[in-house]
Design a protein around this ligand. Structure first.
Ligand SMILES: Cc1ncc(COP(=O)(O)O)c(C=O)c1O
Length: 400
């Protein structure tokens, strides 16, 4: 009989992938399912990036590469950090991993000892706590509130830090809430961190380019240069360049950490795909002109979804600053009865009933560590969003 390891037994499978898989299964059975569960852009990888990959194949760039990235990509990443974030990194301070997810996991494995604590604000991206657990650490959650835009406050961060705290994981704009920290909000958190030199910061800037209106994106090492020596600034091509399947993530940080992450990779994955790395060189060095129009498209969708959800009985949907998610509260429906006659005792019940009654797949908030909410990914067409939000309104209207 197979018995899984004690380390893996501490971990739960990704709830977002599970919700999306369930939606795909129902679709395969012929149901008219709209999945708002998956977090990936609905547009295609730009043609110049595809061409760069095809050229790499034709040129025979199909062999093993440096474990943590080809020099050309590391150089392009240094250029990106300088150009867009005002951060100076040398190629020796850059890690390229097979996806943003792998960057974070490699950093955790490279640095955590049993009992080390990692501060994670809730709602969090589903993988952070489980990656920390797999690496032998202990997540320490800090709850945020919808009323303060799902952003962690300085006093709450201060209260969560102990002598065992090794990392804070920050994610702005956030998956799942879409919340993004302003420069002054980051300043307040940085002031706390400056007083606790044992705490390093992993900032997940994956949704950097998806900010709306006149919101200005800042990353913490830029706001407080004193933290540069203990910050891992992580990013990737998945969301900004619609390259989720290519599996390239990257980070800039202190050289000893970067070296340790390469050591992890040298004994596990080896290098990310050579072809995807060449495509990413083109993504970062090539034309960036499609990024802003894309963000404008997502902003339009955000406005549509927020407005329609706020017209649904019992829902309350804050307006986030970025990413392509909203995180509405279902507090007004808890304790009531779904159209099927079943009770809605928690946000998971809400998500299950919504899928059963209206064939709309969303992810329940408890999966992100903050209930009772649910997450909608609005990275899908306006028509599908209008249809889905209409179904959600109908469902909520029938709750008694
Ligand atoms: C906040 C956040 N970080 C990291 C990732 C991982 O990105 P990748 O697909 O490059 O592994 C995601 C993907 O959903 C994400 O939402």
């Amino acid at each position: 009989m197979f018995v899984q390891s004690a380390a893996l037994a501490r971990v739960k499978p990704s709830a977002t992938l599970a919700a999306d898989a369930k939606a795909r299964e129902l679709k395969a059975q012929g149901k008219d399912v709209i999945s708002l569960a998956a977090g990936e852009p609905d547009f295609d990888t730009p043609p110049n990036i595809k061409e760069a990959a095809i050229k790499a194949i034709r040129d025979g760039k199909t062999k093993y590469t440096n474990v943590d990235g080809i020099p050309e990509l590391k150089q392009a990443i240094c250029g990106k950090f300088q150009r867009e974030n005002g951060l100076s990194y040398t190629p020796a301070q850059i890690n390229v991993s097979p996806g943003g997810k792998a960057v974070i996991y490699n950093a955790m494995v490279a640095s955590l000892n049993p009992g080390d604590e990692v501060v994670i604000p809730t709602p969090y991206w589903v993988s952070y706590p489980d990656m920390v657990l797999l690496a032998g650490g202990e997540p320490r959650f800090v709850a945020t509130r919808a009323e303060t835009g799902f952003k962690m406050e300085a006093a709450d961060l201060e209260a969560a830090i102990t002598p065992r705290t090794r990392w804070l994981i920050l994610n702005s704009p956030s998956n799942p809430s879409g919340a993004a920290y302003t420069k002054s909000e980051l300043r307040a958190l940085a002031d706390v961190l400056v007083r606790h030199p044992q705490v390093w910061v992993l900032t997940d800037d994956m949704y950097e380019h998806l900010v709306f209106g006149d919101f200005e994106f800042w990353t913490i090492a830029q706001v407080e240069p004193a933290l540069y020596e203990r910050t891992l600034t992580m990013n990737g091509v998945s969301k900004a360049y619609a390259m989720t399947g290519w599996r390239i993530g990257y980070a800039g940080g202190p050289e000893p950490l970067i070296k340790a992450m390469a050591k992890v990779m040298s004994q596990t994955t080896s290098n990310p795909s050579s072809i995807s790395q060449w495509a990413s060189v083109e993504a970062l060095n090539g034309p960036q002109s499609f990024i802003k129009p894309n963000a404008a498209l997502f902003e339009e969708r955000r406005d549509l979804v927020v407005s329609m959800l706020n017209q649904a009985n019992g829902l309350n949907c804050p307006t986030p600053e970025g990413a392509f998610y909203v995180y509405p509260s279902v507090k007004g429906l808890i304790g009531k009865t779904a159209p099927s006659g079943k009770p809605i005792g928690c946000d998971e019940d809400f998500a299950n009933e919504l899928l059963d009654s209206e064939s709309v797949a969303v992810v329940f908030g408890a999966a992100f560590g903050l209930a009772p909410f649910f997450r909608i990914s609005y990275a899908t067409s306006n028509a599908a969003l209008e249809d889905a939000c209409g179904r959600i309104q109908r469902f909520c209207g029938q709750v008694r």
